[in-house]
Design a protein around this ligand. Structure first.
Ligand code: UDP
Length: 330
């Protein structure tokens, strides 16, 4: 654990989406810091395996619940903070569950805002770099960029859902003084991310295929870029964000080290010593050509920057998948 400087203990915290990739890591860190955590999830994309390790903490309570409905009585506790993370987030899910994604990000966020206002709870919302859509020349992208998003496109359920969530938070702040922070999270990776054709993200997909010496599939030319943040760096930033008393509301959280998807494939093949072939497939519709955050704001206000570089984070991630897929490389 690298969170040696974090002073964030003895709070009572609700996490929506606790069985997801980010939620499960956040819950574990908060529990280790001696906070009391209630986690909710409907397992639409989160998994029971992700929360097994949380069950050993006596200060953890799990409630199965879909955020599109108002919180059940047992979850209506006097929290100090809510981390509202619940949502599917994989581009593979966008064409399959567009309405569910929109409902989670609109009805779910309304429910969480209303509850936060009633109980005067501070709210941290997981927004996304997706709200910027295609950044064109605005790279590294600052928080002031308005975004270039196709409202009719296949990704719009997620882009516009998250944009609607941001608008709802701003409206509740203006009208009722909601105490909220918005984390615009750029591509994040680490253990426990799902892989596979139907919901996997690029890093777990490449790592698992490389470990099994199966072909790695690049969608498009591979010259599109992303910037990858290791999960523990993100967790640290989210906790710092909750803990800041500054009035600034919106922060990019990501790693400004931008690389092409081809380069990512090359590094993963090298680190796994894999013989996998690289195959090129049709690009995903409306796939952003570049993505890289300007994190000046987080650096200056939260005093945060990513500490784990890509190769280090990838080694940790590869170790996890090597153990869990039970497929030794040859
Ligand atoms: N991608 C790929 N192969 C995969 C999964 C993704 O080439 O198996 C590409 C995808 O088209 C995108 C980039 O990798 O250009 C990042 O995809 P991911 O789904 O991880 O996240 P996104 O940044 O698109 O939300």
């Amino acid at each position: 654990m690298q969170q040696h400087n974090l002073h964030f203990s003895e709070h009572h915290i609700l996490i929506t989406g606790v069985a997801g990739f980010i939620g499960s890591w956040l819950a574990e860190s908060l529990l280790k810091l001696k906070n009391k955590v209630v986690g909710i999830d409907n397992f639409s994309s989160g998994t029971k395996e992700n929360i097994i390790n949380l069950m050993v903490f006596s200060e953890f309570q799990f409630i199965e619940h879909d955020v599109t409905r108002p919180l059940p009585k047992e979850a209506q506790q006097d929290f100090d903070y809510i981390f509202h993370l619940a949502s599917m987030a994989s581009p593979f899910e966008f064409p399959i569950y567009p309405l569910e994604i929109l409902k989670t990000n609109i009805m779910g966020t309304i429910n969480i805002i209303e509850f936060s206002l009633r109980k005067e709870i501070e709210l941290v919302f997981s927004s996304t770099s997706e709200i910027y859509g295609e950044p064109h020349d605005n790279v590294p992208t600052p928080e002031t960029f308005w975004g270039y998003v196709n409202s009719l496109g296949i990704r719009s359920c997620y882009d516009e859902g998250k944009r609607a969530s941001e608008a709802l938070l701003m409206a509740a702040k203006r009208e009722y003084g909601l105490n909220a922070k918005i984390a615009r999270i750029f591509n994040t990776y680490g253990a426990r991310m799902r892989y596979g054709k139907h919901h996997g993200r690029v890093i777990p997909n490449f790592v698992v295929n490389a470990l099994q010496n199966r072909p790695i599939e690049i969608y498009g030319s591979g010259i599109q870029t992303r910037s990858f943040l290791y999960i523990l760096d993100l967790i640290e930033a989210l906790i710092l964000l909750a803990n800041t008393h500054r009035s600034e509301m919106v922060f990019n959280l990501g790693n400004p080290q931008e690389i092409t998807i081809i380069e990512l494939a090359r590094i993963i093949l090298k680190l796994t010593k894999s013989n996998s072939q690289v195959i090129f497939r049709q690009s995903m519709p409306d796939d952003p050509s570049r993505r890289c955050p300007d994190i000046t704001k987080a650096q200056t206000i939260l005093k945060w920057h990513p500490k784990i570089d890509l190769e280090d984070g990838l080694r940790r991630t590869i170790n996890f998948y090597r153990k869990t897929i039970n497929s030794p490389i040859n």
